[in-house]
Ligand binder design. Structure first.
Ligand code: PLP
Length: 394
């Protein structure tokens, strides 16, 4: 017998994929240049050229060594390179024994969830959240508990999180810069969350971990910086990915970092390794581990993302839409003028504007735009946005 639950997960496409595939079909009818697809978060800035150079150089290596298995946690040199980079940036005493290479942030998150999935475990998802979290949590032993968004500023407000913490709360996922809002949580907000979690951990007699989901860590604007959370709240585990920062989402490379300051650090690291093993993880791609070990100094080129962000933010605001100004990542939330995000997305779709209703991100009433698109497409799409604004009487 086939698992109905897995079948359901396999058959229900995300709204993002749905719209993206609609866009491809529509392009065949009206022409590619007349479809304005803001659905997918696929980086639009190419990887730094050094990545291709490094891959080319690595190709001269002895193939058995190059393509062979590495230890499950990653090759020692690769872990050392990542640890050295984190030490340099944060001053924390990160070593190779704190790093576990994964095939991107998604399996990193699932491994950490499974590592903390004791009986009746709950995990807090701070809306708006990455739409895969509820599936990841619910199918990996964690009951997802949603903390609603504060739609005034989309910041993290510890006093709004506190009522959702129970004796079963094992972790809170903190995703900053945030997908889908582009908001970067302030140091003060994180300190206040840390204080609440410290108090609640003492009250319930077990650590409540922050799972810092940070694929957009380096993608910030206006001089904004995403604070290093373990220095604010020690019981933090980091899930990182090179999918966005180095524009390598198809190469599937990232890591879990369990810093020494996290409670029961060595045991938690062992549990992450055990959880990865149960998922069939053997090792992260060995070629990509080598690439990363030679590329930790590379940073994304933010200029074109920033140009896209400001163009959309300024023009859409000018048209009368309420937009949340992104300070990081490459997404922007726009409020549906009448509060109905599904209808807003449908009306936009009639104009070949593909905007994702943010309901799936725990944020009804808003749509998400991926701003990692071509600048030309943005310019071509502006008349359609204007027509949409006119339809709503803005
Ligand atoms: N977390 C967030 C917030 C994301 O936006 C994404 C991808 O879009 C992921 C995790 C998964 O990233 P990866 O491609 O590294 O698995």
């Amino acid at each position: 017998m086939i698992s109905p639950l897995m079948m359901q997960h396999g058959k229900t496409k995300s709204r993002i994929r749905d719209l993206f595939e609609y866009g491809l079909r529509q392009a065949a009818i009206v022409g590619k240049e007349n479809v304005f697809d803001y659905s997918l978060g696929n980086p639009s800035v190419p990887s730094p050229p050094e990545i291709a150079d490094t891959i080319r150089d690595l190709m001269s290596m002895e193939p058995l060594a190059l393509h062979g298995y590495t230890p499950a946690s990653g090759a020692k040199e690769a872990k050392e390179a990542v640890a050295a980079d984190l030490r340099r940036r944060t001053g924390d005493d990160i070593g190779p024994e704190n790093i576990f290479f994964t095939c991107g942030a998604a399996p990193a998150l699932i491994s950490v969830m499974r590592a903390l999935a004791v009986e009746d475990a709950e995990i807090l998802l701070l809306a708006p959240y990455f739409s895969e979290y509820p599936v990841f949590a619910a199918t990996n032993g964690m009951k997802p508990v949603v903390v609603p968004a504060d739609t005034r500023d989309f910041q993290l407000h510890a006093d709004q999180v506190e009522p959702y913490i129970t004796a079963h709360t094992q972790a809170v996922i903190v995703n900053s810069p945030n997908n889908p809002s582009g908001v970067v949580y302030s140091r003060k907000a994180l300190e206040e969350l840390g204080a609440v979690l410290t108090r609640k951990s003492e009250e319930y007699g077990h650590p409540i971990y922050i799972i810092a989901d940070e694929p957009y860590r380096e993608l910030t604007y206006d001089g904004e910086d995403a604070p290093y959370i373990p220095a604010i709240y020690p019981n933090t585990v980091i899930c990182y990915s090179y999918s966005k920062s180095l524009s390598m989402p198809g190469e599937r490379i990232g890591y879990v970092c369990v810093p020494n300051c996290a409670a029961d650090s060595a045991d938690l690291y062992a549990a992450v390794a055990g959880a990865a093993r149960t998922l069939g993880h053997v090792c992260a791609p060995s070629l990509m581990q080598r690439v990363i070990s030679l590329s930790t100094q590379l940073r994304p080129d933010m200029a074109s993302y920033d140009r896209n962000r400001m163009r959309l933010y300024l023009d859409l605001t000018d048209m009368g839409f309420r937009c949340i100004k992104p300070k990081g990542a490459f997404y922007m939330l726009v409020e549906a003028p009448d509060g109905n995000s599904e209808a807003f997305s449908d009306k936009a779709k009639e104009k070949n504007l593909l905007l994702v209703p943010a309901d799936g991100f725990g944020c009804p009433g808003f749509v998400r735009l991926s701003t990692c698109v071509s600048y030309d497409m943005i310019l071509r799409s502006l008349p359609a946005f204007r027509a949409l604004a006119a339809e709503y009487g803005l």
